[in-house]
Ligand binder design. Structure first.
Ligand code: ADP
Ligand code: MG
Length: 349
């Protein structure tokens, strides 16, 4: 995990808005040839000749989307950038530029903003994205963080939610449910701490699920892996809200249905152990938990051999002709309807 090491406090008011912007952006180096002009003018300039431009934005609000009592600021910055890069990957494109809007109350020091920016910069460096602009302002209460990412893709490579056909195989990268297990763990320790501020958090040995919750990695690598395998999904979406909700998005946009199999869902062993500890069925964490930021996509049946050969992709079901309806065959052979609101028919008693 990334540790927060900054303990000094410098008031932002001493720097002023322009001083702060300078401070946060002076080290930025441009790495993409499509970035013609970054920070420092009235607008950034991007040259996407030969490509279509992909744009996505996320707005994060303190107390609604994150809880600073257990989210280190650097992780917050990293995650804000990462989830946007994930949206570009979900279109089968490559993220190239980012703009960041930030509103801060005077509760936040310069060191705190630096931590957020350090996280944003780490994600940008890792995924080769240029930070080309933003806006900085004050807020009467709390922290607001708005991240816009700009990506590119060849017209013929873009994957929409709407391209799935009846009979297509439904595939997912990586494993599911771990980010939700990380959240449950953090919430549990927060409750323990509230009841007894002397208590030490018991997070030992849970690095994997905690990182999945606090520092998710977008599957930009999958875009390259699929390309190398000469495999273009017929539809794709990233898993931010939980598998059930994302499946229903694909079904609705593609005018298909879907059937998945509980025993095909991919889990990390640590997720399975924690599910046991929380007395929860792992499939529930996968279907309703969300924030796994894996890619969910469909491929034509004729691509079965290609997809089977790729490590780290699971085929979990197929698309059906039941427009808008998604079902899961459970381990004990029941057929359960998937709903986006939540699915608790199998909750352990
Ligand atoms: P304007 O008044 O034209 O909006 P600003 O003074 O807000 O310009 O910003 C000056 C430059 O600094 C612009 O290039 C802008 O994109 C960039 N910028 C402002 N805030 C941020 C930020 N939080 N992160 C990155 N770049 C920023
Ligand atoms: Mg501005």
């Amino acid at each position: 995990m990334i540790e927060d090491t900054n303990t000094d406090r410098t008031e932002i008011s001493g720097l002023g808005e322009f001083g702060l912007i300078d401070h946060l952006t002076k080290e930025i180096k441009i790495v993409n040839s499509s970035t013609v002009k970054g920070v420092g003018d009235d607008a950034a300039v991007i040259d996407n000749t030969g490509f279509q431009t992909l744009v996505s934005v996320d707005l994060l609000v303190e107390g609604v989307h994150f809880d600073l009592s257990y989210t280190p600021l650097r992780h917050l910055g990293y995650k804000a950038a990462a989830v946007n890069i994930s949206d570009i990957a979900a279109m089968n494109g490559t993220a190239r530029q980012m703009v960041v809007g930030i509103a801060l109350s005077n509760r936040f020091s310069l060191e705190a903003v630096e931590e957020i920016y350090e996280g944003i910069r780490m994600a940008c460096a890792r995924y080769k994205v240029d930070l080309v602009g933003g806006d900085t302002t004050s807020s009467k209460s709390g922290l607001f963080l708005s991240v816009t990412v700009i990506g590119q893709a060849k017209t013929e490579d873009i994957c929409y939610r709407s391209g799935a056909n009846t009979g297509d195989l439904l595939c997912v990268s990586g494993d599911l449910g771990s980010a939700y297990m990380g959240l449950l763990l953090l919430e549990r320790e927060k409750a323990v701490f509230k009841a007894n501020p002397q208590a030490q958090p018991d997070l030992e040995g849970h690095d994997y699920v905690l990182e999945r919750q606090l520092k998710p990695e977008p599957r930009a690598d999958m875009v390259q892996i699929l390309r190398d395998a000469n495999l273009k999904p017929t539809s794709m979406i990233d898993i931010s809200d939980g598998l059930a909700s994302e499946i229903l998005h694909l079904c609705k946009a593609s005018e298909t249905g879907c059937q998945i199999y509980e025993d095909k869902l991919p889990f990390d062993p640590t997720t399975l152990n924690l599910a046991e500890e929380f007395n929860m069925i792992p499939a529930i964490a996968a279907l309703n938990g969300g924030e796994d930021y894996e890619l969910l996509f469909t491929v034509s049946q004729s691509d079965f051999e290609k997809v089977r050969k790729i490590d780290g992709i699971s085929i979990i079901g197929h698309m059906t002709a039941n427009i808008g309806q998604a079902h899961m065959v459970t381990n004990d052979g029941q057929v359960i309807e998937l709903t986006a609101q939540g699915w608790d028919a199998l909750k352990k008693n």
